[in-house]
Design a protein around this ligand. Structure first.
Ligand code: PLP
Length: 397
């Protein structure tokens, strides 16, 4: 069994705050500050450029990739770190399109995160090969997979509602008609038991600053199924994906396997913070995390519904169809969330009317959930949100 009291003790959680936004930015692991300071002072400061070899900076994207592979049901040497998730979406899609030259349809859904759709649209406009980005309702995805589809590109868990796709079933359906599948695990990695190997996903991407707690700006990851990795064209042909970067050849030649999906210089300081964050996962069982996450979200829904008749549940009621977040609709959702934050419960708001709360068993427990639900109930009952300062919109909501 995962010791969740122990994992909670490994995070810096500000006094008097209940943090229900780890699905957007995970909190600071206590060892991360020292790890980053060590990397800055002892490695960058003392080793200078020798750090690439001596401190292993150059190997870090693969080493860290292997640590993440374990958490998403992937084999070692199938995951590499780098860039941001938007870039990795672009790279994965460009590479997948190349593997299906005779097909022109990229299928996604309108529950996908906008950047994934923007990146796809931008890529297709650059390619100018007559591809179509077909965006359907999430419930229509399965029925829309046919033999014209080159690539199905989906985010497993909807960032607004928490609705969850059946990864194994959709991947199977796509493969049955010869399509490839790219899964975005932004709201899955670190909170759901993902099995990339088992479901035979072709490519997957994700970020590490949400449930994995790697800190703001932490690098993204990309997974490529081993039988594609040696033939896939990495599309972003950066020098660190070259077979021999330090030969400085004029011609690009892909590196072996997942290494070819590297692009440029790794973000060493961010990687140090992420590596410290991944230490917390060493003795964590994802099945335990999932079971606890369901307990927490079920408790939260029942407490909030008992206290707040104004709020409508926007997330699936069946926990098997939902990730680790709970969202409610409320027409004054923005000021309501500001008032709740002012009382020490941090969630966030997604336009037009979604109040979103994330549940992260590593450091949130039943006691936190009960207290948070009570505060939300107080704010709603007293209409405490109806004050001018809570209506002021910030740039990041
Ligand atoms: C959070 C998130 C992103 C963010 O992309 P960045 O490039 O890291 O800013 C992209 N896609 C999905 C599905 C997300 O949830």
């Amino acid at each position: 069994m995962t010791d969740l009291n122990h994992t909670k003790s490994q995070f810096h959680l500000p006094e008097g705050l209940i943090y229900l936004d780890g699905n957007s930015l995970g909190p600071l692991p206590k060892t991360a500050s020292k790890r980053v300071a060590d990397t800055v002072e002892n490695e960058w400061g003392e080793m200078l450029i020798r750090g690439w070899n001596t401190a292993g900076w150059m190997a870090q994207p693969r080493k860290t990739g292997d640590r993440i592979a374990r958490l998403i049901g992937a084999e070692p040497s199938t995951v590499v770190m780098g860039d941001t998730l938007s870039i990795k979406v672009y790279q994965a899609l460009a590479s997948a399109i190349d593997m299906r030259p005779d097909r022109k349809v990229i299928l996604s859904d309108n529950g996908n995160f906008p950047t994934d759709l923007y990146m796809a649209d931008g890529l297709l406009k650059s390619l100018k090969q007559g591809h179509e980005l077909r965006i359907v309702e999430p419930e229509q995805v399965a029925a829309s997979i046919d033999d014209t589809v080159a690539v199905v590109m989906l985010t497993q868990v909807d960032y607004r509602t928490g609705r969850m796709h059946d990864m194994a079933a959709l991947t199977r359906k796509a493969h049955d008609v010869g399509a490839l599948v790219i899964w975005d695990l932004a709201h899955s990695a670190g909170v759901l038991p993902v099995n990339l190997t088992g479901c035979k996903a072709d490519l997957a991407v994700g970020c590490t600053y949400k449930y994995l707690n790697g800190g703001p700006g932490a690098p993204a990851f990309i997974y490529v199924r081993p039988d594609h990795a040696d033939t896939a064209r990495p599309a972003l042909a950066g020098w660190l994906g070259h077979d021999a970067p330090f030969d400085f050849d004029m011609d690009y030649r892909e590196g072996a396997g997942i290494d070819r999906f590297r692009v440029g210089t790794p973000s060493v300081l961010q990687m140090a913070a992420l590596d410290a964050a991944l230490d917390v996962w060493e003795n964590v069982d994802m099945q335990n995390i999932r079971a606890k996450s369901i307990e927490l979200t079920e408790l939260f829904i029942s407490e909030v519904e008992a206290n707040c008749p104004q709020l409508g549940l926007a997330s699936p009621r069946d926990p098997q169809e939902r990730g680790s977040q709970v969202s409610f609709t409320f027409e004054n959702g923005y000021p309501a969330m500001q008032a709740i934050i002012a009382r020490g419960v941090i969630g966030d708001f997604r336009a037009p009317d979604i109040m979103r709360f994330g549940f992260t068993p590593l450091y949130i427990d039943e006691d936190d959930v009960r207290k948070a639900a009570k505060i939300i109930g107080d704010v709603m009952r007293d209409e405490a949100w109806d004050r001018p300062e809570f209506h002021q919109r910030s740039a990041v909501t």
